[in-house]
Write a protein that binds this ligand. Structure first.
Ligand code: 9J3
Ligand code: ZN
Length: 264
């Protein structure tokens, strides 16, 4: 790790390394029963097997309405292999609304850092939240409620609250151009636009994508999520090159907006 950044983990990134199905760390996993926790519905923790690189940042991931942790499982090993502890959770009920999902993400982070079997592997000051649809709405709720969270990534987010001026957490909002359940014009775009311009923020609109694109392995989601989490949870400026200058529209990116350079 670099002497000037104690949180830097893994080798210098390349476009190939952030697009790859796996990063440099072998991944272990452990199941957390809903019966053993309160405040959320249990889940699966994916974490780097090695303890020789020190502690890691951690991320809780919430599913959407009627969905389970399995709908986000691909992100577990994909992100953990890059050097994060990743907790894909179930919610108390699959019908829980975004505000509740936000509270459950925070309960999951507390469990992860205070009680889980991997708590000594985690730097409890370096935490992030992600989620799909109502879980993405919950991601914004969690960041609003706990400004110490260092990165937030709502994926095709859904919420009745359209304005997020309270958020201070660096936030990457991911929308899908073909989303008819949480259309970007009434969800992802106003969520992004309402974030304070003084906050590190970005809007990635996936091309030829749907509301459910975040539910299976997706290289565009992965590469920008990895870069965002590395940049803001690990303070790893080696990843700034993938975020700034703003990525251009392409076969996979319908639109990308953001403030550059990032302040961290
Ligand atoms: O989590 C989601 O997929 C929410 C989208 C939705 O159908 O909300 C309507 C109640
Ligand atoms: Zn609001």
């Amino acid at each position: 790790q670099a002497a000037d950044n104690p949180y830097e983990r893994g080798p210098a990134p390349t476009n190939a390394s952030i697009e790859a199905l796996r990063g440099s760390y072998s991944v272990s996993e452990t199941t957390v029963s809903s019966l053993s926790v309160t405040g959320f519905g249990g889940g699966t923790i994916y974490y780097p097997s090695s303890t020789s690189d020190g502690t890691f940042g951690a991320i809780a991931v919430a599913p959407g309405f009627t969905a389970y942790q399995s709908s986000m499982a691909w992100l577990g090993p994909r992100l953990a292999s890059q050097g994060f502890v990743v907790f894909t959770i179930d919610t108390n009920t699959t019908l829980d609304q975004p505000a509740s999902r936000g509270d459950q993400l925070l309960a999951a982070l507390d469990y992860l850092t205070e009680r889980s079997s991997v708590r000594t592997r985690i730097d409890s000051s370096r935490l992030g939240v992600m989620g799909h649809s109502m879980g993405g709405g919950g991601t914004l709720e969690a960041a609003k409620d706990r400004p110490a969270i260092q990165a937030a990534i709502p994926l095709t987010p859904w919420n009745t609250d359209k304005t997020w001026p309270e958020v201070r957490t660096p936030t990457l909002v991911v929308g899908a151009d073909g989303d008819t359940i949480a259309p970007v014009a009434t969800h992802a775009e106003p969520f992004y636009t309402s974030l304070p311009s003084s906050t590190d923020r970005a809007y990635l609109e996936l091309n030829s994508a749907t509301h459910f694109s975040p539910n299976s392995s997706n290289t565009t989601i992965a590469k920008y999520s990895i870069s965002w989490l590395k940049r803001f949870i690990d303070n790893d400026t080696r990843y700034e090159q993938f975020l700034c200058p703003i990525p251009r529209a392409s076969l996979t990116i319908a639109e990308y907006r953001g403030n550059c350079p990032h302040n961290g």
